[in-house]
Design a protein around this ligand. Sequence first.
Ligand SMILES: Cc1cc2nc3c(=O)[nH]c(=O)nc-3n(C[C@H](O)[C@H](O)[C@H](O)COP(=O)(O)O)c2cc1C
Ligand SMILES: CC(C)CC(=O)C(=O)O
Length: 405
Amino acid sequence: MATTTPHDLNCLTIEELEAHARTMMDKQTRDYYNEGADSNSTLHENMHAYNKYRIRPRVLRDVSRINSTVNIFGHQNSIPLGVAPTAMQRLAHSDGELGTARACKKAKVAMGLSSFATHSLEEVAEASGENPRVLQLYLFEERAHSAKLIQRAKEAGYKAVFLTVDTPFLGRRNMEIRNQFKLPPHLKVRNFAEEQDSIPAEADEKEGAVRPTMQRSGSQTGYNDGENRVPPSGPITFHSHAANPTLNWEKDIRWLKQECGDEMQVWLKGIATAEDAILAVHHGVDGIVVSNHGGRQLNGALATIDALPEVVEAVRGKIPVHVDGGIRHGTDVFKAMALGADFVWVGRPALWGLAYKGQEGVELMLKLFTDEIRLCMSLAGVVRVEDISKEYLVKMDSSGFVARL
Ligand SMILES: Cc1cc2nc3c(=O)[nH]c(=O)nc-3n(C[C@H](O)[C@H](O)[C@H](O)COP(=O)(O)O)c2cc1C
Ligand SMILES: CC(C)CC(=O)C(=O)O
């Protein structure tokens, strides 16, 4: 396969993109985007766990015509990768979620939009055109707000909601707390602009805080500090509303499926065990994303690539299984697909792309992944994505022992 000319000779890898982005973001944004929970061990393991797997390349297979496309939500995606929902993208660059949507459309790559985006879901739909997008949902205890958002997503042509299920409380991200991070006053969480516009000026200042100061009580911060919890009410802010400890299989999944009806699929984002994967199938969801929220929730949780095999085995092909977390190379995508994922999502790389050069930076990020995925397939001797299988992997333990899968 001929190697295509990279867009930017200063930035040939996702690591280099991260390094450039690091210099472009203010400290608060950099810390908010880059850190994980507690000691960051799961954040790092998500990446390093990929090193346990090595590829067994096959040769002499005519790899002159690589087909890296996959079908997702009835559309042909150019590579088996999409951009995961991440909150507040205008912190990285004024292009924000619109820049991401336009880059995804250009690259023919699906996009996930966070409920807590700094552009509205309608604006992102318009920028996406026919390109598939899904709405990430934090299901609020006050159902009316969620019902309204779901209705708007249907009308704007979103293909699915990805219900985030790993945030009964928010993980403890120490830098964010220490920085007393605030959304700058010129930015708003646009999907709830109506609710925010009705906040009095004094409260508006508080609303800006992604994570309030340590002085606030657990019921206001979204994390569990052991105090008695008061259910959220009033204006929608992420610290009051994103986390929802009452979520449960019986009442919430049935309700969500009813709300979404035939028009939008219901997926669960944040499944990490075989047991929950079986429950997801039992409750009739359309797909799952194996995720630990990029290491931002339960620190000490298994790396997602290590959780993937048990989930794939439990699901037995009944519903699609996607994975995210720590994917930084085309070879990581190949390994995830070989371990049974149907598709992967990347979170921070899109934020770094935005920070580096706005929409153009996200295009660059997607180009790097595209080139790397196609080259990896060529060098491993696989022409079609559906042919990537366990046969192409071995697992190495810490003593260097190599085992076939
Ligand atoms: C800054 C940031 C904000 C995020 N916001 C959301 C969000 O609003 N909803 C959600 O479900 N996941 C959110 N995530 C998690 C991502 O969807 C995804 O699971 C994770 O970023 C994947 O890991 P990676 O960043 O290593 O690729 C966020 C992640 C980051 C880094
Ligand atoms: C609004 C936040 C809770 C977004 C999020 O999921 C995150 O920061 O990880």
